[in-house]
Design a protein around this ligand. Sequence first.
Ligand SMILES: C[S@@+](CC[C@H](N)C(=O)[O-])C[C@H]1O[C@@H](n2cnc3c(N)ncnc32)[C@H](O)[C@@H]1O
Length: 183
Amino acid sequence: MKRRDLLMLGAASPWVFAAAAGAPPKRLPPYVLTTPTLVGHMLRIADVRPGDIVYDLGCGDGRIVIEAAKRFGCEGHGVDINPQAVAVARENAKSAGVDKLVTFTQGDLFDLDISRATVVMLYLFAEMNLRLKPKLFRELAEGVRVVSHDFDMGKGWPPDKQYDFGTDAIYMWIMPPRSRRGA
Ligand SMILES: C[S@@+](CC[C@H](N)C(=O)[O-])C[C@H]1O[C@@H](n2cnc3c(N)ncnc32)[C@H](O)[C@@H]1O
């Protein structure tokens, strides 16, 4: 199965998350999530530090914002369309002792106000990244770091940095001033 199909499985199949409702710590199948090693790379590439406010749009089991809270004490917000993913993320935050720092919302990431973010993490489809770009341009302040696992933003917005880790790629953009955002 191709990576893209596996990602769709994560978005479309509640059973993927229901299967994770076993013994703690709550886990979801690794193929639809960023591995712990790559989570570390994403945090480093985004230069996450204390005081950052980290958003993960399509947060799955919450691992990215939970790790940022554990390592740096960051405030974090995750949103996922899948209620079971959100339930697992909340339990994981509690188990990790960071449930006062992170919140998880069930819903469509396109409806979430992300204007407080200083870092935005993504692991979505290429098409979703393209649809998301106008929202990022509208809502994010200058200097916010946007980091995406495996999918870029198309030719219209090349990344400031790209890192390759075997079969995975991590892309990073720094939000330009509004005067340079164009359409
Ligand atoms: C590939 S997983 C990434 C999970 C996590 N960010 C990570 O890197 O491990 C993509 C997640 O996006 C969620 N998702 C897909 N479309 C969404 C939407 N429109 N709004 C919110 N979440 C969405 C899926 O349910 C899935 O949990």
